[in-house]
Design a protein around this ligand. Structure first.
Ligand code: ADP
Ligand code: MG
Length: 247
């Protein structure tokens, strides 16, 4: 079943068409990778899906409803979430407090109720921290943990918003091979256990072909291939402009 569709969606920055009439279907339950060279329009496409950018033309449908004009926070409430660069948002909060904040904000509890909310949400925060493997770091300050743990914290925070469609823009950027491996197995687990559909970008083709169940290729803002990883790997145009015989 289709969870999200973009229909002929475009985004222009002045004369540059960063995303050029992209029609794409994101199906429920997929781990869907978007790949393409630097500047291909991947991040811009993500921003059109989350509502961070408004499309110049075209439509975005989520569960058959037109959300093209919905602001980002309303899309988030409906289940479309991206990971946040948490280290720049709450560096001085502990890991535990950061996840608690995400839960409280998402459930719309006012500050007057914060003291009762902390008790109310305690179990849920611990459940999320266990799930992402951060329980032992719960009381560490956000800016003091390792790079890999910061990425786990970003994931933990997005779980606080109960995502159905989770967008991860280069989730393993700057990670060691071990951190990459554990992050991607966590992503796979979230997809399976929580039934979260994943849309991600990644430049490491070993990671992409190791985890993606569906693959789309952007080149200069245009979608040039879309299908199973095997189908995309076999595409001549993709070989020519991107994979270059390496995959
Ligand atoms: P990718 O994520 O695939 O590397 P981006 O979506 O970041 O590509 O960028 C696509 C193109 O749009 C690039 O040429 C980039 O310079 C341009 N671009 C991205 N964001 C902006 C912006 N806010 N203003 C102007 N140009 C932008
Ligand atoms: Mg990008």
């Amino acid at each position: 079943m289709s969870l999200l569709k973009t229909q002929e969606i475009s985004k222009a920055f002045g004369k540059l068409l960063a995303v050029n009439r992209v029609t794409l279907d994101i199906r429920q339950g997929d781990i869907h990778a978007i790949i393409g060279p630097n500047g291909a329009g991947k991040s811009t496409y993500f921003n059109l899906v989350t509502g961070y950018h408004r499309a110049t033309s075209g439509r975005v449908l989520y569960k058959e409803r037109d959300i093209t004009r919905l602001p980002a926070y309303r899309r988030c409430v409906q289940g479309i979430t991206r990971s946040f660069q948490i280290t720049s948002i709450y560096p001085k909060l502990t890991v535990y407090e950061s996840v608690l904040m995400a839960l409280v904000c998402h459930r719309g509890v006012s500050l007057n109720f914060l003291s009762s909310a902390t008790g109310f949400f305690r179990e849920e925060v611990w459940r999320i921290l266990e799930e992402v493997g951060l329980a032992e770091q719960a009381h560490a300050q956000g800016d003091s943990i390792s790079h890999g743990d910061k990425k786990r914290l970003e994931l933990a925070i997005t779980l606080g918003t109960e995502p159905e469609l989770l967008l991860l823009d280069e989730p393993t950027c700057g990670m060691s091979p071990e951190e990459t491996e554990s992050t991607m197995s966590l992503v796979r687990k979230l997809c399976k256990d929580r039934k979260i559909t994943i849309l991600f970008t990644e430049h490491d083709m070993a990671v992409v072909f190791g985890i993606a169940t569906r693959l789309s290729v952007l080149h200069q803002g245009r979608l040039i291939a879309d299908g199973t990883p095997e189908q995309v790997r076999a595409s001549e145009e993709v070989q020519k402009v991107y994979l270059g015989g390496a995959a």
